[in-house]
Design a protein around this ligand. Structure first.
Ligand code: ATP
Length: 235
């Protein structure tokens, strides 16, 4: 049913060693939505994605995906449920070719994207098939990173600052890709600093500050809340 969130995060807390960085993150994502986590550097956005994926040793609270509690599940189980994470540092193998990078991800769910579909979404990658990861531009690396997680068949994608450091024209391409994935029924959490970009692709925005979600702004109310948002983000 449409009203039930696909992903529901409640009271999520997380630590790096002794350092307590998430203090009760609450948000939910409905099937087919694109939501962003906005917030200043160090607010806890990346840590929230890591905590969802189960790659932090210490976390508490609740993360439910399709009604199933994932808090005590190991990371490999969470990935197998069909949630894929594209980290800020992209996670491609720079010494391997584009083709090898695309062949490595395991298919965790039926419907992992075929190479033909990948090349339709990212025509550049087809031309760069035999190029090593290190030879790719920043934009091509980001596209490869997204392509890799699409190979897995996951339908929930966590994208950490996919536009960081990229030229405006490439950012626009990534925006088109996200819009297309949404049309195809993917559900996306996007961590972003660039809320101008975020406003072109997202349905709703969650504002993260000091390890908590402090506000939620529907995209169609972003302009009306622009002063508040500037204050949150310190821009
Ligand atoms: P950014 O855009 O800078 O990544 P963010 O909102 O994603 O910002 P996080 O990376 O989640 O923020 O960081 C939250 C807090 O946790 C920060 O205070 C950061 O210094 C701290 N932190 C992040 N990674 C580690 C780590 N590996 N060990 C210790 N502390 C960390």
């Amino acid at each position: 049913d449409d009203a039930t969130p696909l992903l529901s995060v409640k009271g999520l807390e997380a630590w790096y060693g002794e350092s307590h960085v998430l203090h009760g993150i609450d948000f939910d994502v409905r099937f087919g939505e694109v939501v962003t986590l906005l917030g200043r550097n160090g607010a806890g956005k990346t840590t929230t994605l890591k905590a969802i994926m189960g790659v932090l040793p210490k976390r508490t609270g609740s993360v439910q995906f399709q009604g199933k509690e994932l808090m005590h599940a190991p990371a490999r189980f969470i990935a197998r449920e069909g949630i894929a994470w594209c980290p800020e540092e992209r996670g491609i193998f720079s010494s391997l070719s584009v083709e090898e990078n695309l062949m490595l991800p395991p298919q965790v769910k039926p419907g992992g994207m075929s190479l033909d579909r990948i090349f339709e979404l990212f025509p550049n990658l087809k031309e760069r098939l035999s190029s090593q990861g290190t030879k790719l531009s920043g934009g091509e690396q980001q596209m490869l990173a997204i392509a890799r997680i699409l190979r897995t068949g996951a339908k929930m994608l966590l994208l950490d600052e996919p536009t960081e450091g990229l030229a405006p024209v490439i950012i626009q391409q990534i925006g088109h890709t996200i819009a297309r994935l949404k049309q195809e029924g993917f559900t996306i959490i996007l961590v972003e600093q660039n809320f101008r970009f975020a406003s072109t692709v997202a349905d709703r925005h969650y504002v993260v500050e000091q390890g908590k979600v402090i506000d939620m702004i529907p995209n169609d109310q972003l302009e009306a809340n622009i002063d508040k948002l500037h204050a949150y983000l310190g821009v």
